[in-house]
Design a protein around this ligand. Sequence first.
Ligand code: ADE
Ligand code: ZN
Length: 350
Amino acid sequence: TTNDPYVSAIPKIELHIHIEGIISADLKWKFSQRNAQPITNPRTNQPFSSLEELRDSHDTLKPRAGNRMDNSEETLSFFEAYYGGFEALKTTRDYYDLAMEYYERAAGMNVRYAEIFFDPQGHTRVGTSWETMMEGFRAAQGKAERELDVKSAWIMCFLRDESLESATQHYNAALKYRDMIIGIGLDSNEVGRPPSLFDGVFARARNDGFRLTAHCDVGKHYPLDHIHQVALGIAGIGADRIDHGLNAAGDASLTTLIKSKELGMTICPWSYIRHQPLDEVFGRIRALFDAGIMISIGSDDPAFMEDTWVLENLLVVKKYCGFTNVEVQKLAENAINMCWASGGAKERMM
Ligand code: ADE
Ligand code: ZN
């Protein structure tokens, strides 16, 4: 599927990638061995005893596995597998290696710039300090810019299933790293957790000059009202982007609102096809594109899909939306317009 020289060669900007979403079972195992830090299987409360056992349980919501999702007694849910990786990371070197994994992959796909999500609350709650995390990221970020020609900035996400108090504490800690952090996002389990819960801290972040975005997940569990809050409510006037938000394609007034506010949406097709019908997913992506809404393509959590990075995500929309090369190029250009790098930096990027 990667034999598409045109799409491979396009200079790319990636705006929806979780650094923790690249932690494959193998990478998790590498950190865990190096640190002599066992990883707990949340289903048994015992440590995983082999890489094979870890791979099996990590082999979660894979789209091509069809009904694997229903077989959930054996496989971990996405969030169990995802957060189960955090405890294996202990040292600055681990965070450096993790980020370098991404930057090297990115360079190979012609990614020139990325705004990368990270989830600090997930790390501090298993005992890692901000400093350990950020100094590893900082060293990798510098090396990638100097040696791989991949520039980047970080988006700190609040875990929406944690409290406002915890979000506020982490926001205060982030201020020390504002030279690295360009924006504030909202992710994790959305059920019963509307963006408005975090309005106070988002308003502060906006005042302090951060850009804002929030996840609105895809499927019937996720109300349109959350998208409405992100588009119009957060920090009084709404966020700067929407992450996912594909449910909006089924609602004329919401698509009109998103278009009139010129809000960009980051779309990650491989994340949706693991639990939504193909024709609905690609019909909706095509509808947003045809309505003139600014969408860009990201990879979300490549290690938890089919090892699908931004290139594979572009290829799957090209195929199933029937996009021409010119239309795929337009998706890449949308990412330039949606990104938060300064104007001069943008021009030098592409
Ligand atoms: N954090 C990492 N990946 C996520 C996803 N796909 N949805 C919500 N939160 C996430
Ligand atoms: Zn995401």
